[in-house]
Design a protein around this ligand. Structure first.
Ligand SMILES: Nc1ncnc2c1ncn2[C@@H]1O[C@H](COP(=O)(O)OP(=O)(O)O)[C@@H](O)[C@H]1O
Ligand SMILES: [Mg+2]
Length: 330
């Protein structure tokens, strides 16, 4: 299913501007490990040749391309023409590329080239043949959950997030679709479209902050309320993601977006163990601590997460984690 985007008008919750909220059912069922049919009308984009479509999103396209002179393969993200007509969309896209160039971490994708096309700007980044984590969650029969690699995948994403937070960046769109992994269990945290510095930080460096805010199923109560986000908002979204990875469903389900947002703000999440008895109590406790309503009640930072997580198993029959083997105990 193609991604759905919802242009939500903020109303009555103290938000003064319109927010583009990514769809609740944000599911793209093709992996980027090959097999998709090329769908572009032109096969040349600047210095690059189009090879295949990886992901036709609602704001942009992700394609595999080859740089004609070096013959290197890249992933290219290109703003859709319909979005490129809006100068603020172009500015937000440029901002995303700039963030990608600034961030340098083995578990984040490096952005190389940004081309400021007047209508359809694009940037290239490392091509990482992979699947996103939504696939094994939504279609486990077709895409097996990499259960024995999950500890490593979560650790890599947490390391990338800790790095972003250390540099005073908030990702603001942590969810399974934005975690990609390959067959060896290497993982990357992707998509800096919503990333920003906390208000008062270095946000002035790149001008206006992006107006888009997150994906409802993963949004922290403070994001929903349009309060200034802090890294704790990412910890909440990552907690919802870790919950879903372990039991195949999110803590909250609702018939409408409003109902869902209300549950994030006010409803106590169902204990993780009640959806999967194989999950260890230590993992369940850590995840439940990440999805506390009040930021101050969550684990304080991603370093603390990494330290605790290195010592616990996700599932009861998992092999002991690295920290456990090092004699740190549970
Ligand atoms: N560098 C990359 N290499 C390979 N696949 C990628 C790369 N970047 C993104 N993808 C694929 O494209 C999908 C959408 O990318 P993303 O940047 O999250 O776009 P959007 O802003 O539309 O959500 C990802 O889930 C992933 O499967
Ligand atoms: Mg994405």
């Amino acid at each position: 299913m193609e991604k759905a985007g919802i242009l939500a008008k903020d109303s009555g919750r103290g938000c003064s501007r319109r927010a583009l909220i990514k769809g609740v059912s944000n599911v793209s069922i093709e992996s980027n490990m090959g097999g998709a049919t090329p769908a572009a009308s032109e096969d040349r984009i600047g210095e690059y040749r189009f090879l295949r479509m990886i992901h036709p999103g609602v704001n942009s396209l992700i394609m595999e391309v080859v740089h004609e002179s070096s013959q290197r393969h890249y992933a290219m993200k290109q703003l859709l023409a319909s979005r490129g007509e809006d100068p603020s969309e172009r500015k937000a896209f440029e901002f995303e590329a700039k963030i990608g160039r600034e961030l340098q971490h083995p578990c984040l994708l490096r952005v190389h080239d940004f081309v400021k096309d007047p209508l359809q700007p694009y940037f290239t980044m490392d091509f990482f043949p992979s699947k996103h984590l939504r696939l094994p969650i939504s279609a486990p029969a077709k895409h097996e959950m990499p259960r024995t690699q999950l500890h490593r995948i979560i650790t890599q994403v947490a390391t990338a997030l800790a790095y972003m937070h250390d540099l005073n960046w908030i990702h603001r769109d942590i969810k399974p679709e934005n975690i990609i992994f390959n067959k060896s269990g290497e993982a990357k945290l992707i998509d800096y479209a919503f990333a920003m510095h906390p208000i008062g930080g270095l946000s002035k460096l790149f001008g206006a902050k992006p107006k888009r805010q997150g994906t409802p199923s993963y949004m922290s109560p403070e994001q929903i309320r349009c309060l200034s986000p802090t890294p704790a908002a990412d910890i909440y979204s990552f907690g919802i993601t870790c919950y879903e990875i372990a039991c195949g469903r999110q803590p909250f389900r609702a018939n409408s977006q409003n109902e869902l947002l209300k549950k994030h703000i006010g409803e106590k999440p169902t204990p993780l163990a009640s959806f999967n008895k194989d999950v260890t109590p230590e993992y369940a406790d850590l995840v439940m601590k990440m999805i506390q309503k009040k930021p101050a009640d969550r684990i304080p930072d991603m370093h603390e997460f990494l330290s605790k997580f290195s010592r616990i198993r996700i599932f009861k029959d998992d092999a002991p984690p690295p920290g456990f083997q090092a004699g740190l105990g549970m």
